[in-house]
Design a protein around this ligand. Structure first.
Ligand code: NOJ
Length: 555
């Protein structure tokens, strides 16, 4: 029996952080025409859907995640016409386009917010979360996700507005039906233009259970992060269900929520055919790094921790929800620096990591630059960082009595600008990203590490990614990649991550040695669909894997 798959189940995704992808108009900032220039390469890489981080009009305090007009493209990226051209050019190459939908907050430059601030009795004031202060203090002691109080005083009043992110990103008031209707119109507007769906930003925060009482302080700043009250808070389902019914329902689109739904019992309610969204970017594996003191001298312990986390989720998801699998995005340091001991970052470890996540059940997504093995770019001083959240985190370390040197060391390891350095296309000035000084410094390793060098080298990471996408797209394997369960095997072999994709009596095996030593595993010789070494050393009923060797086997 052949099961008809939905297009997005077969999808191979690619995230574009547009500011840093390709500048086409000589202003040092990436843009839509720059994306169009690289569509052929994306097609060649095997990509079938791109997610573009926000490109709407924005003062760029949070690089586009602060939108001041939902219906316009920011001029630094181009025009609405350019975007339509991009959709058409991408579709011509079999690539669909997802927009980033930022509807937990607007920019403080949005018309709605400006009107609200001009007149707190106007209907726009009810578009935002505004509360009375407590004496000289904010309404409560909630901490913003980016640090500091989540409340900002409105000048000349004793009222405050809520901002779970930066001060310039006021949260909208989802309790107001009029505001919700306005947001649904935004969704319809972009669907009419032909987008194939959305990645939906910070959506788990739209419901707030306001509490006048302070929560118990959990840091030296006296503030509290009280997730229960503003992350996946009770009652959020009413908003998510209404949004689905008014906008996404019945359309053949892909909607990926940026959220963690910790209670697996709720997954069907949230994701899948009858859920609020199609799929989920879940962050269960992202807070960890092998550079952590705990793992620095014991990277095998790191791999063991990771494998448990991943298979717990995969096993719960089998036959139920379709995850979106990723190891990098624009909010995280580069995956190679987080998963691989720094001295061991090379082609073999990078391709091993890629093999590991790419064949899990779900939609694999590549973040720009990951396919060529881009790495972190630690800075010599905090002034070299642009991101507000990074600066707040630095201050927070100082508050926690780190010295400036220690705080910077920590920031260099964990800050999200590591993944925002301009894309390294070639070895010309500014890595071919731009011909003028880019908005953010290029990693100085670009003369050796760039797309062109890798395109020309058949043994490069880029060409390995192409082999992986080809294998994912092989028609005969579609049923097992999509419908097969993900089941861990060889779990007792420390430093080894191995799993099978199983569908009725079909089986594919993915095995990876995540150590810097050879590893012998009990596996019978079978057809090798892909490996990141030239050879596979089969012994009697055993295989000897080289350091960071990975295999995909077919029974
Ligand atoms: C999550 C986005 O990925 C991040 O970049 C942004 O700063 C926050 N949401 C706020 O929109």
């Amino acid at each position: 029996m052949t099961v008809k798959h939905k297009w997005w189940q077969e999808a191979i995704g690619y995230q574009i952080y547009p500011k840093s992808f390709q500048d086409s108009n000589h202003d040092g900032i990436g843009d839509i025409q720059g994306i169009i220039q690289h569509l052929d390469q994306l097609k060649d890489l095997g990509i079938t859907v791109i997610w573009i981080s926000p490109i709407n009009l924005s003062p760029m305090v949070d690089h586009g995640y602060d939108i001041s007009d939902y219906l316009q493209i920011d001029p630094s990226f181009g025009t609405n016409g350019d975007f339509e051209e991009l959709i058409a050019a991408a579709n011509d190459r079999g690539i669909k386009v997802l927009l980033d939908l930022v509807i937990n907050h607007t920019s403080s430059e949005h018309e709605w917010f400006k009107k609200a601030m001009e007149d707190l009795n106007s209907e726009y004031a009810d578009y935002y979360v505004i509360k009375e202060g407590k004496g000289d203090l904010p309404p409560n002691n909630w901490r913003s996700i980016f640090g500091g109080s989540a409340w900002e005083k409105i000048a000349g009043t004793n009222k405050y507005y809520l901002h779970l992110f930066t001060v310039e990103q006021p949260d909208v008031n989802w309790e107001n039906p009029k505001l919700r209707q306005e947001l649904y119109k935004v969704i319809e507007f972009w669907l009419d233009k032909g987008v194939a769906g959305f990645r939906i930003d910070a959506i788990s925060h739209i419901k707030k259970i306001y509490d006048q009482e302070d929560s118990p302080a959990d840091g030296p700043d006296g503030l509290a992060t009280n997730w229960e009250l503003y992350r996946d808070a009770e009652g959020i389902g009413e908003f998510l269900g209404e949004m689905r019914d008014m906008t996404f329902k019945g359309k053949d689109i892909l909607t990926i929520a940026e959220m963690d739904v910790e209670d697996p019992q709720k997954w069907e309610e949230y994701f899948g055919d009858d859920g609020y969204f199609t799929s989920i970017f879940d962050f269960y594996h992202t807070p960890f790094t092998v550079q952590d003191k705990k793992y620095r001298d014991d990277p095998v312990a790191f791999i063991e921790m990771l494998k448990k986390l991943v298979f717990k989720k995969q096993q719960l998801a089998n036959g139920r929800v379709f995850f979106t699998n990723f190891i990098e995005n624009h909010d995280l340091p580069r995956a190679l620096n987080r998963f691989i001991p720094q001295k061991e970052i090379n082609f073999h470890s990078a391709s091993a990591l890629a093999l590991f996540y790419f064949f899990l059940r779900g939609i694999p997504v590549i973040y720009q630059g990951q396919e060529i093995g881009m790495v972190d770019y630690p800075k010599a001083s905090i002034e070299e960082y642009v991101d507000l959240a990074t600066h707040n985190n630095y201050q927070d370390y100082l508050l926690r009595n780190y010295t400036e040197v220690e705080a910077l060391q920590q920031i260099n390891i964990e800050n999200r600008e590591n993944s925002r350095t301009p894309m390294q296309w070639d070895n010309t000035a500014y890595a071919g990203f731009s011909d003028v000084t880019p908005w953010f410094a290029v990693n100085p390793n670009y003369p050796q590490l760039n797309y062109q060098v890798e395109e020309e080298n058949p043994a490069s990471l880029l060409n390995f990614y192409k082999k992986m996408t080809t294998l994912r797209k092989r028609a005969a394997l579609q049923p097992i990649w999509i419908d097969g369960d993900s089941l861990p095997i060889l779990e007792d072999y420390a430093g080894c991550i191995a799993y099978q994709r199983v569908l009725v009596n079909q089986k594919l095996t993915v095995v990876i040695n995540f150590t810097n030593k050879k590893m012998t595993l009990p596996l019978e010789k079978s057809e090798v669909l892909l490996t990141n070494y030239d050879q596979v050393a089969w012994r009697k009923k055993q295989v000897e894997l080289q350091p960071y060797q990975g295999l995909i086997l077919k029974d």
